[in-house]
Ligand binder design. Sequence first.
Ligand code: SF4
Length: 126
Amino acid sequence: MHEVSSNRIDEYYQKLKKLSARKGFYFNRDHDMVRELLKSLLINMDRYGYASCPCRLASGQYKHDKDIICPCVYAAPDIEEFGSCYCRLYVSRDWNEDRILHVVVPERRPSEKIEAGIRALGEQQP
Ligand code: SF4
């Protein structure tokens, strides 16, 4: 089983907090959920060499996955429209303070990209 130390999650939290603040994103107020998502991101980082979205299937090939490296290219429009990203890792201030409804964010990633990733994954199977 892949272990990620608590210290490593803490360091990653601080790093992403600074980066996301510049974009106007906030971590979800559910700290335990945030830590679980950060742990999954670090596992993907170790597995693929980049932190692909923990809520989406990665192909393991950068060219197919680059749009879903966290924070993904869909985060800003999703936070703008729905108040949170697809995984709810990042949210708006209004979302965290219950000033807007917490809706399920629909997948904004184009189906062609999802299908290309699945094909690439299939080609890697022996
Ligand atoms: S949906 Fe959220 S957690 Fe997933 S890659 Fe995008 S910003 Fe990161």
